[in-house]
Design a protein around this ligand. Structure first.
Ligand code: TYD
Ligand code: MG
Length: 452
């Protein structure tokens, strides 16, 4: 195959060089040179995605976003904002083995069953492996086409010929363009491949899913730029030790972000979890000290999570602080506030905190739950039955109001909880009558009076 001319570009400052350099002579950055293809008539310019557009009056632009293609998997549709938008590019990231291929194969199967031709391109597994996986999932629709291919040019050709309703590229790191000499999975290759696939999606209106592996530091392998290029970024997360998986919207040009869809990994594939609160509370110990339920929000969705804490005297000089599922620094801050305001001295105690089920919560509403769990464990008194708590804790021990109170309280009530400890500032008006006792507190000092 005829090679186009390529150059290496520094990703920091744009300095170019005909060969790879370890250190940029211009800005001094290390290891930032990436090979990119030069397009005709563009000598010295990195090959960028170009759209031949002309300005249009905003008034004249058609505003309907077109039909969304519902996947038929409700949890997935919710995260996408109601379905797949024509011509959109969706990046699905996640740790290896978490279930990305399984999820997308199930999405394709759903669409194929409705008579739509869909294409699954894989560079990771053989057709036979896909077939075996399909058997487990019950995927057997004739309209589901499997293409085992790593060469970008052929993938583009096949997609344009077949014109599937959607195409899945699993994974973007295996796609290889003959135009570049760098290895598959390198930044240059990943960028070139995704750029051309996205351009094709925009031109043809065929939505594409790109599967991306996540590196150890948590970013999608290769370039973070991939996130800027696509319309939607979804992360598929979970713990391989737990059955539950969450798909989370990180960016969405066509819908809400921070929505989640919850699935459970079974031996027949991923099953939707329609009632996550029940799912996460299923194994909660009743009447145990150190366990507190918090109504947390995930996007527009309330989910009850269990915060567990174990506080025990330190046996070595330095007390240990371990927090799983909540921010470590937040825990340090809250222990300091507890010490000062409530007189609960945790300075000589090891503290272990965990959000049960492997969930991660990063909203301030969890603060009061963390404090309640630590206090309960430290005092060895279980929290009163049927109680949920939420609220942000300030540095002076004040309990601050948080958003979406009503939805949280409603979910707690729906799940059979009878008492809710919440910030005082939350006005009475915003909470209509619900069969749940509302205990409003203004300071951390009041917490222990109501908790047990
Ligand atoms: P996979 O979709 O291959 O992960 P990824 O594409 O993100 O790397 O998922 C593989 C894991 O899922 C593997 O550990 C086995 C498990 N699994 C099930 O538990 N049930 C199933 O029906 C399938 C297909 C996979
Ligand atoms: Mg896979």
């Amino acid at each position: 195959m005829k090679k186009g001319r390529t150059m290496f570009f520094c990703q920091e400052c744009g300095q170019q060089s005909p060969k790879w350099l370890g250190k940029c002579p211009s800005c001094g950055a290390w290891n930032r040179f990436v090979e990119e293809e030069l397009r005709d008539g563009e000598a010295g310019q990195p090959a960028a995605i170009r759209f031949e557009g002309v300005p249009e009056s905003i008034d004249a632009i058609a505003a309907d976003e077109g039909e969304r293609l519902a996947t038929g998997i409700a949890e997935m549709d919710r995260v996408l904002g109601g379905g797949i938008v024509a011509g959109s590019a969706i990046l699905v990231g996640g740790d290896p083995g978490i279930g990305k291929s399984t999820l997308l194969l199930q999405v394709l199967e759903q669409l194929a069953r409705r008579g739509l031709t869909v294409l699954y391109c894989t560079g990771e597994e053989s057709a036979r492996q896909i077939k075996l996986r399909g058997k487990r999932l019950g995927a057997s629709a004739k309209e589901l086409l499997v293409l085992v291919e790593v060469e970008l040019e052929n993938i583009l050709r096949q997609v344009q010929e077949i014109k599937p309703a959607i195409a899945v590229i699993d994974s973007i790191q295996t796609v290889y363009s003959g135009a570049l000499s760098s290895a598959p999975g390198s930044v240059g290759q990943v960028r070139e491949a995704s750029g051309r696939l996205i351009l094709m999606a925009k031109k043809t209106g065929i939505p594409i899913f790109l599967v991306g592996h996540v590196t150890k530091d948590g970013s999608i392998a290769g370039p973070k730029v991939l996130e800027h290029m696509v319309d939607t970024v979804l992360y598929f997360e979970g713990d391989s030790g737990h059955a539950y998986r969450v798909i989370r919207g990180i960016k969405n040009r066509f819908g809400p972000t921070h929505e989640i869809g919850v699935f459970e990994m079974r031996d027949t594939g991923l099953a939707e979890v329609a009632n996550p609160s029940a799912f996460f509370l299923a194994e909660r110990p009743e009447g145990a000290a150190g366990s507190v339920v918090v109504p947390s929000m995930e996007g527009t969705r309330p989910i009850l999570v269990e915060v567990q804490s174990l506080v025990s005297p330190t046996s070595f000089g330095m007390p240990r602080r371990t927090a799983i599922g909540v921010d470590h620094n937040r825990v340090s801050l809250l222990t300091a506030v507890m010490d000062r305001i409530c007189g609960i001295r945790l300075g000589a105690s090891d503290i272990f905190l965990n959000v049960a089920g492997g969930v991660k919560v990063d909203e301030p509403a969890i603060d009061l739950g963390i404090v309640a769990a630590m206090a309960s464990s430290f005092l060895d008194r279980p929290v009163a039955a049927g109680t949920v708590v939420f609220g942000e804790v300030g540095l002076t021990g004040e309990i601050r109001g948080i958003s979406q109170t009503e939805i949280r309280v409603r979910e707690a009530s729906r799940m059979g909880f009878t008492r809710c400890i919440l910030p005082r500032t939350q006005t009475r008006e915003c909470l209509p009558e619900m069969p749940i006792d509302l205990v409003r507190i203004g300071s951390l000092r009041e917490l222990t009076d109501h908790l047990f």
